[in-house]
Design a protein around this ligand. Structure first.
Ligand code: AMP
Ligand code: MG
Length: 362
């Protein structure tokens, strides 16, 4: 089913189990809430990285024909996918993961760009964000196999021995990487959608388009104004599985936004919910009461990585780290009565001032 984004709802991706079809990765909803579409609002949509993408451009005239633009977007996203997908056996990343040697391997500059960002966020989150988690992502069934299972202790311990961002060495000048252990498997799912958003947004900027919104699976970057000549309005979702209620509306101007949550991609076994976000310290899905984290950052790629890292760290450590790093971040935490929220000082100006937005700052 496809529902137009500007009606304030989101689209489900194809090809997932029922749980994932309804629950995949929508930490936020686009809600420009425009009852009528302006002639100047151009919308493009498609599918990539197991989810949907959409681009809204507000412009009197497009610099290229619509089919040409659509095909450029597809080309950019296909390129990103053929570099970093673990779902495509012939992708660059799959080839790196398939090589069990420990020699230096040359990689494309765009993959290196993503890996460097990933390693930076790993250092800043003291390893809570870790793209070498591949063996654990697969073990819990969140990899390409989508074969959910609660693994035994010994399997978790064995996978953990292959994990650790410090075991992945990068030489950016030579655009090369080296695994300290041949079994290291890289999973860029926590940063790739943000990177794809940046690639499309940068392309639009090269075309001198000033008013746009780019979204892949809920990760967003926006610039300028919408067809009402106001900044793009985005809804932050209630972190409830199977629902798409908007909790807060924020305005996004020349900024990117990413949300990570425990409520969209998970499986349940014996009454326990197992989230796709894995804590590299335990090798297990996170189990605290932080339901979602939304991060604003000029780079969608970094917003994406930070949101995942802060979600792993949880309601206190994650929030403290966000403050220390002067991030604009919004946390929704489950408590006995429902949800409570807290946000860093820099987040406040982004709230759209209406009665639905009565957030409390902590
Ligand atoms: P996101 O939705 O951006 O938070 O990314 C979640 C995805 O990133 C998961 O489906 C895993 O493939 C991968 N992942 C899970 N835990 C981590 C982690 N601690 N660090 C980096 N990637 C992770
Ligand atoms: Mg992420």
């Amino acid at each position: 089913m496809k529902i137009p984004f500007h009606a304030g709802l989101s689209e489900s991706p194809p090809g997932r189990s029922l749980l994932l079809v309804t629950c995949w990765l929508f930490g936020c909803l686009l809600s420009s809430c425009a009852p009528e579409r302006s002639e100047e609002l151009h919308e493009f949509t498609g599918l990539t990285m197991g989810t949907s993408w959409s681009v809204l451009v507000h412009a009197a005239q497009l610099p290229l024909t619509r089919p040409r633009l659509q095909s450029q977007f597809n080309t950019i996203l296909n390129r990103v996918n053929t570099e970093m997908s673990t779902y495509l056996p012939e992708s660059e990343l799959s080839r790196i993961n398939g090589s069990d040697g420990t020699d230096w391997l040359t990689v494309s500059t765009s993959l290196m760009h993503m890996l460097q960002a990933a390693q930076d966020i790993s250092r800043l989150t003291q390893g809570a964000f870790d793209v070498t988690l591949g063996p654990l992502v697969n073990l819990w069934g969140f990899g390409p196999e989508q074969d959910f299972a609660v693994p035994g202790e010994e399997h978790i311990d064995a996978a953990l021995r292959l994990v650790g961002y410090e075991r992945l060495h990068l030489d950016p000048a030579a655009s090369a990487l080296k695994k300290a252990n041949g079994g290291i498997q890289i999973d860029l799912s926590a940063i790739a959608k943000g990177n794809g958003v940046d690639e499309i947004a940068d392309f639009l900027e090269r075309l001198k388009l000033d008013n746009y919104l780019v979204e892949i699976g809920g990760e967003i970057r926006a610039r300028g104004v919408n067809d009402k000549n106001i900044p793009w309005q985005i809804g932050i979702e209630q972190p409830v599985a199977g629902q798409h209620g908007v909790r807060k509306i924020i305005k996004l101007e020349n900024m990117a936004m990413a949300t990570s949550g425990d409520y969209r991609n998970y499986f349940e076994k014996d009454g326990v919910r197992y989230s796709h976000t894995i804590d590299p310290r335990t090798g297990r899905p996170v189990s605290h009461r932080l339901a979602s984290v939304t991060v604003l950052h000029p780079s969608a790629m970094l917003a994406d990585a930070w949101a995942t890292g802060l979600l792993v760290l949880g309601p206190e450590r994650g929030f403290n780290l966000a403050r220390q790093n002067e991030l604009d971040a919004y946390f929704i935490i489950q408590d006995d009565e429902g949800f409570k929220e807290k946000f860093t000082p820099g987040f406040k100006p982004y709230f759209v001032n209406d009665n639905n937005n009565q957030a409390s700052q902590l």
